[in-house]
Design a protein around this ligand. Sequence first.
Ligand code: AMP
Ligand code: TRP
Length: 346
Amino acid sequence: MPPRKRVYSGIQPTAVMTIGNYFGAVQNWVRLQDECDCVYCVVDLHAMTAPYDAAELRHASTEMFVSLLAAGIDPDRTIVYIQSTVPEQTELCWMLATLTSLGDLSRMTQFKEKSGLLKDGLAEDDGAFISAGLLFYPVLQAADILAYRADCVPVGQDQSQHLELSRGIAKRFNSRFGYLFPEPETLHTPITKVLSTADPTRKMSKSLGPKHYIGLFEEEDSIRRKIRSAVTDSGAAPVGGAGDRQASPGIENLLTLLAACGHRDDAKRMREDYFAGTLRYVDLKGLTADALVALTSEMRDRRADILRRETDLEGRIMEMGERARAVAGETLALAREKMGTFAPPA
Ligand code: AMP
Ligand code: TRP
């Protein structure tokens, strides 16, 4: 049998995991565990590049760790850990920074967006504080991936540029110091994009406020209320063949959710009804709410179970960090040797 591929991915800590995070990323992470050796990271150090509150960060990191377990990341098969528990990665980040050009970093779209440099020439001269952490963000991301010598990285399209940079850094290291890092491939899987039910022209996101997102562990009543009041469309429903025509954004979103919950046949049928002009929105909403409630109640039970079982959550986080450090430490030892630096005293 060929060796299993190593998969690595990271997610920013947030206290609430939304069904957008789940259908758009985490569900895929769960599936990949069957075919690959997976390492998943809660990237708290990356989260520090935006304004944040210290106590909240620790809370959000812990919550995200628990949410990943509850969503089906299996710590017996997979390494799932919080980034700051592995200092080997930050040392590697420094080493890799010496192989990264300032030009490449300042050309990163995410850096330009987040630093405000895309906004009418806003720059530090105008009094804006642009942290070097924001600039270094993709180097740390490369260190994350390369510390585990990952083959594949499942991420959304918006991370392609960062992955390209990671490959460039790996290549430069390998050619300068001898082979150490596989060039990590981007694993573009079909991503389910979930929209806000309150405003289906926008992506479901916590930053829009509570009525715009559904939490993966949210209570039944609240989910039913949000689906019942979901914006569908205004005006008459289009009539004609389904083909590859698009329904209104609100209807498409509900159909997407229904299918993502595993009810593909129902979603297909209702889509046809929609174009035939016979779909009753209350039926679509009812089925979608039922499907979401079934999914989230299972998630909620698993979460409660984990919190009951894991009486020492912090200990669990440390244990996972140790497992991650063992892998990253091996890579770092080789990188130090190749680059000519010392290891810290034992
Ligand atoms: P964020 O919390 O926005 O950093 O997202 C974490 C992960 O969840 C990323 O891989 C996003 O692409 C994914 N994600 C977040 N919101 C959605 C959404 N509404 N639909 C699909 N995927 C999402
Ligand atoms: N930058 C990624 C995001 O915003 C998160 C991330 C950090 C990541 N390190 C990673 C993703 C390593 C993949 C691999 O979504």
